[in-house]
Design a protein around this ligand. Structure first.
Ligand SMILES: Cc1cc2nc3c(=O)[nH]c(=O)nc-3n(C[C@H](O)[C@H](O)[C@H](O)COP(=O)(O)O)c2cc1C
Length: 210
């Protein structure tokens, strides 16, 4: 089956792409409004884009009335945010924060989610997150009236001591048990069932082919 996206409604393109491009990591983004009200919400149009500079990308869709979601408005207004990664124990707390609360509501307070002050940016980070990345807005791309993509530069990287070897910087990703977004509303993946393949070298390939 093929789909000519120029003939498909946006909602149908969303269905096909978001259910196929899985599993997706989840950025549990904390931000502050200009008035200083805290906000938290999950975003799975998210990934690492570069290490030099250290960039993460977020895809922020607009609301049906065209307004920015609170996270997007806050990032554009203040230029700062924190990406917290989601452990299995935080699944319900993370899910709570996608509630359609009005802009003036502090979802961290409403969800009794514990935070601690960040080092470089004003929005706090989530205490229970295995990893939190303090970010400064690097680029904003208003790709349409319906979506904005932001690139954030990571200035401070926090990782729970239990999951990193501080000398070799080896991260025990499996032990973090990070949640990922799957197809359809409400589905997540956990505890990856992993396989390993070493990266091939062209020289070895040529040797074996002789
Ligand atoms: C796991 C998960 C991932 C989500 N990913 C996105 C996303 O990538 N982009 C987006 O616009 N909305 C996404 N949403 C929906 C937003 O979290 C939701 O609209 C939320 O209410 C926005 O909150 P805010 O206005 O406080 O930013 C996601 C929801 C969940 C539960």
């Amino acid at each position: 089956m093929q789909f000519d996206f120029s003939r498909l409604a946006a909602a149908d393109r969303y269905k096909l792409m978001s259910a196929s491009i899985t599993p997706r990591p989840i950025a549990w983004v904390t931000s502050l409004s200009k008035a200083g009200i805290r906000n938290a919400a999950p975003y799975s149009f998210f990934n690492m884009m570069s290490a030099e500079p250290p960039l993460v990308a977020l895809g922020l869709m607009r609301r049906p009335d065209g307004a920015y979601k609170d996270t997007c408005a806050n990032i554009l207004e203040t230029g700062e945010f924190v990406v917290n990664l989601v452990a299995e124990a935080d699944l319900d707390a993370m899910n709570f924060t996608c509630i359609d609360a009005p802009p003036g509501i502090d979802e961290l307070h409403a969800g009794a989610i514990e935070t601690v002050a960040s080092i470089d940016v004003a929005p706090p980070r989530i205490v229970s997150a295995p990893v939190s990345m303090e970010c400064r807005l690097k680029h904003r791309i208003d790709v349409s009236d319906a979506s904005t993509v932001v690139l954030g530069e990571v200035t401070v990287f926090h990782i729970d001591d239990r999951f990193v070897d501080g000398e070799r910087l080896h991260v025990d990703a499996a032990a973090m048990g990070l949640m990922a977004r799957m197809h359809g509303a409400g589905w997540y993946a956990r505890r990856p069932d992993m396989v390993r393949r070493d990266r091939p070298a062209w020289a070895d390939f040529c040797e074996q082919a002789r």
